[in-house]
Ligand binder design. Structure first.
Ligand code: CMC
Length: 441
Protein backbone atom coordinates (compact mmCIF):
# COMPACT_ATOMS: atom_id res chain seq x y z
CA UNK A 1 0.00 0.00 0.00
CA UNK A 2 2.88 2.36 -0.64
CA UNK A 3 2.12 5.51 -2.63
CA UNK A 4 2.41 5.39 -6.43
CA UNK A 5 2.27 7.90 -9.23
CA UNK A 6 -1.26 8.85 -10.42
CA UNK A 7 -2.81 6.57 -12.99
CA UNK A 8 -0.49 3.61 -12.46
CA UNK A 9 -2.13 1.94 -9.44
CA UNK A 10 -5.69 2.83 -10.46
CA UNK A 11 -5.29 0.97 -13.72
CA UNK A 12 -4.17 -2.23 -11.97
CA UNK A 13 -6.26 -1.74 -8.81
CA UNK A 14 -8.31 -4.69 -7.56
CA UNK A 15 -12.08 -4.23 -7.33
CA UNK A 16 -12.38 -4.02 -3.54
CA UNK A 17 -10.17 -1.00 -3.10
CA UNK A 18 -10.46 2.74 -3.09
CA UNK A 19 -7.91 4.80 -4.98
CA UNK A 20 -7.10 8.15 -3.41
CA UNK A 21 -5.01 10.82 -5.09
CA UNK A 22 -3.44 13.37 -2.75
CA UNK A 23 -3.38 16.54 -4.82
CA UNK A 24 -0.94 18.12 -2.35
CA UNK A 25 1.78 15.66 -3.31
CA UNK A 26 0.47 14.00 -6.46
CA UNK A 27 0.76 10.63 -4.73
CA UNK A 28 -1.83 7.95 -5.17
CA UNK A 29 -2.92 5.36 -2.59
CA UNK A 30 -4.92 2.19 -2.89
CA UNK A 31 -6.93 1.42 0.19
CA UNK A 32 -8.80 -1.85 0.86
CA UNK A 33 -12.59 -1.72 1.02
CA UNK A 34 -14.44 -4.31 3.14
CA UNK A 35 -18.17 -4.21 3.90
CA UNK A 36 -18.34 -0.91 1.95
CA UNK A 37 -15.99 0.54 4.54
CA UNK A 38 -12.41 1.73 4.63
CA UNK A 39 -10.34 1.60 7.79
CA UNK A 40 -9.66 5.09 9.08
CA UNK A 41 -6.13 4.03 10.06
CA UNK A 42 -5.35 3.27 6.40
CA UNK A 43 -5.59 7.02 5.83
CA UNK A 44 -2.67 7.61 8.17
CA UNK A 45 -0.14 6.65 5.46
CA UNK A 46 -1.23 9.72 3.48
CA UNK A 47 1.41 12.27 4.39
CA UNK A 48 2.87 15.41 2.93
CA UNK A 49 6.31 14.56 4.32
CA UNK A 50 7.83 12.11 6.79
CA UNK A 51 7.29 14.46 9.76
CA UNK A 52 3.58 14.71 8.97
CA UNK A 53 1.32 12.83 11.45
CA UNK A 54 -0.78 11.51 8.56
CA UNK A 55 -4.36 11.98 7.34
CA UNK A 56 -7.30 11.59 9.73
CA UNK A 57 -11.03 11.69 9.04
CA UNK A 58 -13.09 14.39 10.77
CA UNK A 59 -16.57 13.25 11.80
CA UNK A 60 -18.25 15.24 14.57
CA UNK A 61 -21.07 13.19 16.15
CA UNK A 62 -19.88 10.09 14.23
CA UNK A 63 -22.45 10.63 11.51
CA UNK A 64 -20.49 8.48 9.06
CA UNK A 65 -18.15 6.45 11.23
CA UNK A 66 -18.65 2.79 12.13
CA UNK A 67 -16.99 2.21 15.49
CA UNK A 68 -17.56 -1.54 15.71
CA UNK A 69 -18.61 -4.70 13.94
CA UNK A 70 -21.87 -5.86 15.50
CA UNK A 71 -24.23 -8.82 15.19
CA UNK A 72 -26.84 -7.55 17.66
CA UNK A 73 -29.25 -5.23 15.86
CA UNK A 74 -29.79 -4.12 12.28
CA UNK A 75 -31.51 -0.96 11.03
CA UNK A 76 -32.19 -0.02 7.43
CA UNK A 77 -33.16 3.60 7.90
CA UNK A 78 -34.32 4.13 4.33
CA UNK A 79 -36.64 1.15 4.33
CA UNK A 80 -37.76 1.52 7.97
CA UNK A 81 -36.47 -1.92 9.01
CA UNK A 82 -35.39 -2.97 12.51
CA UNK A 83 -34.24 -6.48 13.37
CA UNK A 84 -32.76 -8.02 16.49
CA UNK A 85 -30.32 -10.81 15.60
CA UNK A 86 -32.08 -11.09 12.24
CA UNK A 87 -35.65 -11.26 13.57
CA UNK A 88 -37.99 -8.46 12.40
CA UNK A 89 -39.21 -6.25 15.24
CA UNK A 90 -42.82 -6.72 14.08
CA UNK A 91 -42.62 -10.50 14.58
CA UNK A 92 -40.98 -10.21 17.98
CA UNK A 93 -43.56 -7.65 19.11
CA UNK A 94 -46.34 -9.97 18.06
CA UNK A 95 -45.00 -13.33 19.22
CA UNK A 96 -42.25 -12.90 21.79
CA UNK A 97 -41.98 -11.70 25.38
CA UNK A 98 -39.51 -9.15 26.70
CA UNK A 99 -37.46 -11.73 28.60
CA UNK A 100 -37.27 -14.03 25.58
CA UNK A 101 -36.24 -11.09 23.38
CA UNK A 102 -33.63 -10.01 25.94
CA UNK A 103 -32.17 -13.54 25.82
CA UNK A 104 -32.10 -13.40 22.01
CA UNK A 105 -30.37 -10.03 22.03
CA UNK A 106 -27.80 -11.15 24.57
CA UNK A 107 -27.03 -14.67 23.38
CA UNK A 108 -27.81 -14.48 19.67
CA UNK A 109 -30.49 -17.19 19.42
CA UNK A 110 -34.04 -17.66 20.65
CA UNK A 111 -33.92 -19.78 23.81
CA UNK A 112 -35.19 -23.36 23.99
CA UNK A 113 -38.00 -24.05 26.44
CA UNK A 114 -35.61 -25.05 29.22
CA UNK A 115 -33.20 -22.16 28.47
CA UNK A 116 -36.10 -19.72 28.70
CA UNK A 117 -37.35 -21.23 31.96
CA UNK A 118 -33.86 -21.10 33.45
CA UNK A 119 -33.25 -17.55 32.20
CA UNK A 120 -36.61 -16.25 33.48
CA UNK A 121 -36.08 -17.93 36.84
CA UNK A 122 -32.61 -16.40 37.19
CA UNK A 123 -33.85 -12.91 36.35
CA UNK A 124 -36.82 -13.31 38.69
CA UNK A 125 -34.53 -14.38 41.52
CA UNK A 126 -32.39 -11.28 41.16
CA UNK A 127 -35.14 -8.68 41.44
CA UNK A 128 -34.59 -7.84 45.11
CA UNK A 129 -32.23 -4.98 45.98
CA UNK A 130 -30.11 -4.45 49.06
CA UNK A 131 -32.09 -2.74 51.82
CA UNK A 132 -29.43 0.00 52.03
CA UNK A 133 -30.50 1.25 48.60
CA UNK A 134 -33.74 2.38 50.20
CA UNK A 135 -31.65 4.68 52.39
CA UNK A 136 -30.12 6.40 49.35
CA UNK A 137 -33.55 6.84 47.86
CA UNK A 138 -34.80 8.35 51.09
CA UNK A 139 -32.07 10.99 50.74
CA UNK A 140 -33.55 12.33 47.51
CA UNK A 141 -36.03 15.21 47.45
CA UNK A 142 -39.66 14.19 47.01
CA UNK A 143 -39.59 15.85 43.56
CA UNK A 144 -36.25 14.39 42.42
CA UNK A 145 -36.40 13.26 38.80
CA UNK A 146 -36.64 9.44 38.77
CA UNK A 147 -33.98 9.24 36.03
CA UNK A 148 -31.52 10.96 38.39
CA UNK A 149 -32.44 8.44 41.08
CA UNK A 150 -32.08 5.53 38.64
CA UNK A 151 -28.67 6.69 37.38
CA UNK A 152 -27.42 7.06 40.96
CA UNK A 153 -28.77 3.79 42.29
CA UNK A 154 -27.61 1.68 39.37
CA UNK A 155 -24.13 3.19 39.79
CA UNK A 156 -24.35 2.37 43.50
CA UNK A 157 -24.97 -1.30 42.69
CA UNK A 158 -21.30 -1.56 41.73
CA UNK A 159 -20.37 -0.97 45.38
CA UNK A 160 -22.52 -3.96 46.44
CA UNK A 161 -21.07 -6.34 43.85
CA UNK A 162 -17.28 -5.99 43.72
CA UNK A 163 -17.20 -9.34 41.88
CA UNK A 164 -18.55 -7.41 38.88
CA UNK A 165 -15.04 -6.09 38.24
CA UNK A 166 -14.14 -9.56 36.96
CA UNK A 167 -15.39 -8.58 33.52
CA UNK A 168 -13.45 -11.19 31.53
CA UNK A 169 -15.00 -14.03 33.51
CA UNK A 170 -18.11 -15.26 31.60
CA UNK A 171 -19.76 -16.56 34.81
CA UNK A 172 -19.37 -13.18 36.46
CA UNK A 173 -20.76 -11.40 33.40
CA UNK A 174 -23.79 -13.69 33.38
CA UNK A 175 -24.40 -13.05 37.07
CA UNK A 176 -24.25 -9.27 36.60
CA UNK A 177 -26.59 -9.63 33.62
CA UNK A 178 -29.19 -11.36 35.81
CA UNK A 179 -28.76 -8.70 38.44
CA UNK A 180 -28.95 -5.74 36.10
CA UNK A 181 -31.99 -6.93 34.16
CA UNK A 182 -33.65 -8.14 37.37
CA UNK A 183 -33.00 -5.06 39.47
CA UNK A 184 -33.57 -2.18 37.03
CA UNK A 185 -37.39 -2.41 37.36
CA UNK A 186 -37.08 -2.55 41.15
CA UNK A 187 -34.85 0.54 41.28
CA UNK A 188 -37.21 2.34 38.90
CA UNK A 189 -40.34 1.38 40.85
CA UNK A 190 -38.77 2.35 44.18
CA UNK A 191 -37.79 5.73 42.70
CA UNK A 192 -41.42 6.23 41.64
CA UNK A 193 -42.82 5.21 45.03
CA UNK A 194 -40.36 7.55 46.73
CA UNK A 195 -41.63 10.47 44.65
CA UNK A 196 -45.18 9.66 45.84
CA UNK A 197 -44.13 9.17 49.45
CA UNK A 198 -45.62 5.67 49.23
CA UNK A 199 -44.11 2.57 50.87
CA UNK A 200 -41.90 0.48 48.59
CA UNK A 201 -43.49 -2.66 47.17
CA UNK A 202 -41.23 -5.70 47.04
CA UNK A 203 -41.02 -7.88 43.92
CA UNK A 204 -43.58 -10.62 43.47
CA UNK A 205 -41.79 -13.57 41.89
CA UNK A 206 -45.05 -15.18 40.78
CA UNK A 207 -45.68 -12.41 38.26
CA UNK A 208 -44.18 -11.85 34.81
CA UNK A 209 -41.36 -9.35 34.32
CA UNK A 210 -43.70 -6.53 33.28
CA UNK A 211 -46.51 -7.72 35.59
CA UNK A 212 -44.17 -7.55 38.57
CA UNK A 213 -43.05 -4.07 37.51
CA UNK A 214 -46.68 -2.90 37.50
CA UNK A 215 -47.08 -4.54 40.92
CA UNK A 216 -44.10 -2.67 42.40
CA UNK A 217 -45.39 0.61 40.95
CA UNK A 218 -49.11 0.51 41.62
CA UNK A 219 -49.93 -1.99 44.37
CA UNK A 220 -51.66 -0.44 47.36
CA UNK A 221 -53.72 -2.59 49.74
CA UNK A 222 -54.35 -5.67 47.59
CA UNK A 223 -53.16 -8.90 49.21
CA UNK A 224 -51.97 -9.99 45.82
CA UNK A 225 -51.70 -7.59 42.89
CA UNK A 226 -53.13 -8.87 39.61
CA UNK A 227 -52.02 -6.74 36.65
CA UNK A 228 -54.57 -6.05 33.91
CA UNK A 229 -53.51 -8.48 31.14
CA UNK A 230 -53.90 -5.90 28.34
CA UNK A 231 -51.72 -3.39 30.16
CA UNK A 232 -49.20 -6.08 31.13
CA UNK A 233 -48.89 -7.23 27.51
CA UNK A 234 -48.79 -3.63 26.21
CA UNK A 235 -45.91 -2.83 28.56
CA UNK A 236 -44.12 -6.04 27.60
CA UNK A 237 -44.39 -5.14 23.90
CA UNK A 238 -43.09 -1.62 24.61
CA UNK A 239 -40.18 -3.26 26.43
CA UNK A 240 -39.49 -5.44 23.36
CA UNK A 241 -39.53 -2.37 21.09
CA UNK A 242 -37.04 -0.53 23.29
CA UNK A 243 -34.63 -3.40 23.93
CA UNK A 244 -31.90 -2.44 21.46
CA UNK A 245 -31.23 0.10 18.74
CA UNK A 246 -27.61 -0.54 17.72
CA UNK A 247 -25.05 2.29 18.07
CA UNK A 248 -27.20 5.09 19.48
CA UNK A 249 -25.99 7.66 22.00
CA UNK A 250 -26.51 5.48 25.11
CA UNK A 251 -25.08 2.27 23.57
CA UNK A 252 -22.09 4.33 22.49
CA UNK A 253 -21.77 5.56 26.08
CA UNK A 254 -22.01 1.97 27.35
CA UNK A 255 -19.33 0.80 24.95
CA UNK A 256 -17.13 3.86 25.45
CA UNK A 257 -17.24 3.80 29.24
CA UNK A 258 -17.08 -0.01 29.28
CA UNK A 259 -13.97 0.09 27.09
CA UNK A 260 -12.05 1.45 30.10
CA UNK A 261 -12.85 -1.98 31.64
CA UNK A 262 -14.96 -0.52 34.42
CA UNK A 263 -17.67 -2.77 35.95
CA UNK A 264 -21.00 -3.03 34.08
CA UNK A 265 -23.03 -1.16 36.74
CA UNK A 266 -20.88 1.95 36.31
CA UNK A 267 -21.08 1.62 32.53
CA UNK A 268 -24.88 1.16 32.72
CA UNK A 269 -25.15 4.30 34.87
CA UNK A 270 -23.30 6.19 32.10
CA UNK A 271 -25.59 4.74 29.44
CA UNK A 272 -28.66 5.65 31.51
CA UNK A 273 -27.34 9.21 31.84
CA UNK A 274 -26.91 9.39 28.05
CA UNK A 275 -30.48 8.16 27.61
CA UNK A 276 -31.81 10.87 29.95
CA UNK A 277 -31.21 13.71 27.45
CA UNK A 278 -34.18 15.21 25.57
CA UNK A 279 -32.71 14.29 22.17
CA UNK A 280 -32.56 10.60 23.14
CA UNK A 281 -34.71 8.70 25.67
CA UNK A 282 -35.90 11.92 27.30
CA UNK A 283 -37.77 12.77 24.08
CA UNK A 284 -40.88 10.84 25.13
CA UNK A 285 -41.22 13.13 28.14
CA UNK A 286 -40.71 16.19 25.91
CA UNK A 287 -43.36 14.99 23.45
CA UNK A 288 -45.96 14.94 26.21
CA UNK A 289 -44.90 18.38 27.41
CA UNK A 290 -45.10 19.63 23.82
CA UNK A 291 -48.60 18.21 23.29
CA UNK A 292 -49.73 19.85 26.54
CA UNK A 293 -48.16 23.13 25.40
CA UNK A 294 -49.96 22.95 22.04
CA UNK A 295 -53.15 22.39 24.00
CA UNK A 296 -55.67 21.77 21.22
CA UNK A 297 -55.95 20.51 17.65
CA UNK A 298 -56.64 24.06 16.44
CA UNK A 299 -53.28 25.24 17.75
CA UNK A 300 -51.27 22.62 15.82
CA UNK A 301 -50.73 24.72 12.64
CA UNK A 302 -49.39 27.64 14.72
CA UNK A 303 -46.98 25.29 16.52
CA UNK A 304 -45.82 23.70 13.26
CA UNK A 305 -45.17 27.23 11.95
CA UNK A 306 -42.83 27.84 14.90
CA UNK A 307 -41.08 24.54 14.19
CA UNK A 308 -40.55 25.52 10.57
CA UNK A 309 -39.21 28.90 11.66
CA UNK A 310 -36.57 27.06 13.71
CA UNK A 311 -38.01 28.25 17.03
CA UNK A 312 -39.02 24.77 18.23
CA UNK A 313 -38.44 21.11 17.48
CA UNK A 314 -41.33 18.81 16.77
CA UNK A 315 -40.38 16.38 19.52
CA UNK A 316 -40.78 12.71 18.64
CA UNK A 317 -40.01 13.47 15.00
CA UNK A 318 -36.81 12.80 13.09
CA UNK A 319 -34.07 10.29 13.56
CA UNK A 320 -30.39 10.04 12.71
CA UNK A 321 -30.88 6.68 11.02
CA UNK A 322 -34.55 6.38 10.02
CA UNK A 323 -35.39 8.43 6.98
CA UNK A 324 -38.72 6.66 6.79
CA UNK A 325 -41.45 5.80 9.30
CA UNK A 326 -39.84 4.27 12.41
CA UNK A 327 -41.26 0.71 12.45
CA UNK A 328 -41.56 0.88 16.23
CA UNK A 329 -43.79 3.98 16.01
CA UNK A 330 -46.26 2.04 13.86
CA UNK A 331 -46.56 -0.69 16.51
CA UNK A 332 -46.76 1.81 19.36
CA UNK A 333 -49.62 3.65 17.62
CA UNK A 334 -51.62 0.39 17.48
CA UNK A 335 -50.94 -0.45 21.15
CA UNK A 336 -52.10 3.03 22.16
CA UNK A 337 -55.65 2.22 21.10
CA UNK A 338 -55.58 -1.12 22.99
CA UNK A 339 -54.53 0.70 26.15
CA UNK A 340 -57.14 3.42 25.62
CA UNK A 341 -59.83 0.69 25.44
CA UNK A 342 -58.94 -0.22 29.03
CA UNK A 343 -57.92 3.12 30.51
CA UNK A 344 -59.96 5.59 28.46
CA UNK A 345 -58.87 7.63 25.45
CA UNK A 346 -56.03 10.05 26.06
CA UNK A 347 -57.36 13.31 24.55
CA UNK A 348 -53.82 14.33 23.55
CA UNK A 349 -53.92 11.64 20.85
CA UNK A 350 -55.96 13.98 18.66
CA UNK A 351 -53.29 16.67 18.88
CA UNK A 352 -50.61 14.05 18.12
CA UNK A 353 -52.50 12.72 15.10
CA UNK A 354 -52.97 16.25 13.77
CA UNK A 355 -49.25 16.99 14.20
CA UNK A 356 -48.45 13.81 12.29
CA UNK A 357 -51.00 14.54 9.54
CA UNK A 358 -49.73 18.07 8.95
CA UNK A 359 -46.06 17.09 9.19
CA UNK A 360 -46.34 14.19 6.77
CA UNK A 361 -47.83 16.53 4.15
CA UNK A 362 -45.61 19.52 4.77
CA UNK A 363 -42.63 20.25 2.57
CA UNK A 364 -40.38 21.12 5.53
CA UNK A 365 -40.75 17.64 7.00
CA UNK A 366 -41.00 15.79 3.68
CA UNK A 367 -37.77 17.21 2.27
CA UNK A 368 -35.90 16.56 5.51
CA UNK A 369 -37.45 13.09 5.71
CA UNK A 370 -38.74 13.64 9.23
CA UNK A 371 -41.19 10.97 10.41
CA UNK A 372 -42.55 10.04 13.85
CA UNK A 373 -40.04 8.06 15.88
CA UNK A 374 -40.69 5.59 18.70
CA UNK A 375 -41.09 8.37 21.25
CA UNK A 376 -43.95 10.14 19.50
CA UNK A 377 -46.75 7.89 20.73
CA UNK A 378 -45.25 6.08 23.75
CA UNK A 379 -45.88 8.99 26.11
CA UNK A 380 -49.60 8.91 25.35
CA UNK A 381 -49.70 5.25 26.39
CA UNK A 382 -47.64 5.81 29.51
CA UNK A 383 -49.84 8.71 30.52
CA UNK A 384 -53.01 6.68 29.94
CA UNK A 385 -51.52 3.94 32.12
CA UNK A 386 -51.08 6.41 34.95
CA UNK A 387 -47.37 7.24 34.76
CA UNK A 388 -46.21 10.78 35.42
CA UNK A 389 -44.13 12.25 32.56
CA UNK A 390 -40.91 12.07 34.56
CA UNK A 391 -41.19 8.27 34.54
CA UNK A 392 -41.24 8.06 30.74
CA UNK A 393 -37.47 7.92 30.17
CA UNK A 394 -37.22 5.40 33.00
CA UNK A 395 -39.62 3.16 31.07
CA UNK A 396 -37.14 3.34 28.19
CA UNK A 397 -34.08 2.60 30.35
CA UNK A 398 -35.43 -0.62 31.89
CA UNK A 399 -35.73 -2.63 28.65
CA UNK A 400 -32.71 -0.97 26.99
CA UNK A 401 -30.54 -2.55 29.70
CA UNK A 402 -30.49 -5.86 27.80
CA UNK A 403 -29.28 -4.09 24.64
CA UNK A 404 -26.63 -2.17 26.58
CA UNK A 405 -25.27 -5.36 28.13
CA UNK A 406 -25.24 -7.13 24.75
CA UNK A 407 -23.32 -4.19 23.21
CA UNK A 408 -20.92 -4.08 26.17
CA UNK A 409 -20.22 -7.81 26.04
CA UNK A 410 -19.73 -7.74 22.27
CA UNK A 411 -17.23 -4.90 22.73
CA UNK A 412 -15.34 -6.77 25.49
CA UNK A 413 -15.02 -9.94 23.40
CA UNK A 414 -14.00 -8.13 20.21
CA UNK A 415 -10.23 -8.47 19.90
CA UNK A 416 -10.10 -5.34 17.72
CA UNK A 417 -11.59 -3.11 20.40
CA UNK A 418 -9.45 -1.02 22.73
CA UNK A 419 -10.13 1.81 25.13
CA UNK A 420 -12.26 4.35 23.23
CA UNK A 421 -10.20 7.38 22.46
CA UNK A 422 -11.06 9.60 19.48
CA UNK A 423 -8.63 12.07 17.97
CA UNK A 424 -9.16 15.80 17.68
CA UNK A 425 -8.18 18.48 15.21
CA UNK A 426 -6.46 21.05 17.38
CA UNK A 427 -7.34 24.58 16.28
CA UNK A 428 -6.19 26.47 19.39
CA UNK A 429 -3.06 28.57 20.04
CA UNK A 430 0.40 27.38 19.21
CA UNK A 431 2.88 27.45 22.12
CA UNK A 432 3.01 30.77 24.02
CA UNK A 433 4.68 31.99 27.19
CA UNK A 434 3.01 32.37 30.57
CA UNK A 435 2.06 36.01 31.35
CA UNK A 436 2.44 37.05 35.01
CA UNK A 437 -0.84 38.27 36.54
CA UNK A 438 0.35 41.89 36.87
CA UNK A 439 1.09 42.07 33.13
CA UNK A 440 -2.31 40.89 31.94
CA UNK A 441 -4.73 43.46 30.61
N1 CMC B 1 -38.32 19.07 14.43
C1 CMC B 1 -38.00 20.00 13.50
N2 CMC B 1 -36.93 19.94 12.70
C2 CMC B 1 -36.15 18.87 12.82
C3 CMC B 1 -36.41 17.85 13.76
C4 CMC B 1 -37.55 17.98 14.57
N3 CMC B 1 -37.87 17.04 15.46
N4 CMC B 1 -35.45 16.91 13.68
C5 CMC B 1 -34.61 17.33 12.73
N5 CMC B 1 -35.02 18.51 12.20
C6 CMC B 1 -34.41 19.27 11.12
C7 CMC B 1 -33.12 19.91 11.59
O1 CMC B 1 -33.35 21.20 12.11
C8 CMC B 1 -32.32 19.91 10.32
O2 CMC B 1 -32.80 20.96 9.51
P1 CMC B 1 -31.80 21.81 8.58
O3 CMC B 1 -31.27 20.83 7.58
O4 CMC B 1 -32.61 22.90 8.00
O5 CMC B 1 -30.71 22.32 9.48
C9 CMC B 1 -32.71 18.62 9.62
O6 CMC B 1 -34.02 18.33 10.12
C10 CMC B 1 -31.77 17.46 9.93
O7 CMC B 1 -31.76 17.26 11.33
P2 CMC B 1 -30.47 16.96 12.21
O8 CMC B 1 -30.61 17.70 13.50
O9 CMC B 1 -29.23 17.20 11.40
O10 CMC B 1 -30.62 15.41 12.43
P3 CMC B 1 -29.83 14.55 13.50
O11 CMC B 1 -29.65 13.23 12.87
O12 CMC B 1 -28.61 15.25 13.97
O13 CMC B 1 -30.84 14.51 14.74
C11 CMC B 1 -32.57 13.85 16.18
C12 CMC B 1 -31.68 13.44 14.99
C13 CMC B 1 -33.41 12.65 16.62
C14 CMC B 1 -31.68 14.26 17.36
C15 CMC B 1 -33.47 15.03 15.75
O14 CMC B 1 -34.30 14.62 14.68
C16 CMC B 1 -34.30 15.59 16.88
O15 CMC B 1 -33.82 16.45 17.63
N6 CMC B 1 -35.58 15.10 17.05
C17 CMC B 1 -36.38 15.50 18.18
C18 CMC B 1 -35.99 14.72 19.42
C19 CMC B 1 -36.44 13.29 19.36
O16 CMC B 1 -37.58 12.99 19.01
N7 CMC B 1 -35.55 12.36 19.76
C20 CMC B 1 -35.85 10.92 19.83
C21 CMC B 1 -35.07 10.13 18.85
S1 CMC B 1 -35.71 8.47 18.65
C22 CMC B 1 -35.46 7.64 20.13
C23 CMC B 1 -34.05 7.62 20.57
O17 CMC B 1 -33.16 7.21 19.85
O18 CMC B 1 -33.83 8.01 21.73
Amino acid sequence: MSPTKPGSAAAGATRDTLTIVDNRTGRQYEIPVKNDTIRALDLRQIKVNEADFGMMSYDPAFTNTASCMSKVGFIDGDKGILRYRGYPIEELAEKSSYLETAYLILYGELPTKSQLADWSSNITHHTFIHESIKKFLDGFHYDAHPMGMLISTVAALSTFYPDAKDIFNPDSRRKQTYRLIGKMPTLAAFAYRHSLGMPYVYPDNDLSYSGNFLNMLFRTTELQYRPNPTLERALDILFILHADHEQNCSSTAMRGVGSSQVDPYSATAAATAALYGPLHGGANEQVLRMLLEIGSVNEVPAYVKKVKAGEKLLMGFGHRVYKNYDPRARIVKRIAYEVFDVMGRNPLIDIALECERIALEDDYFVTRRLYPNVDFYTGLIYQAMGFPVTMFPVLFAIPRTSGWIAQWEEMLLDSEQKIARPRQVYIGYDQRSYIPLEHRS
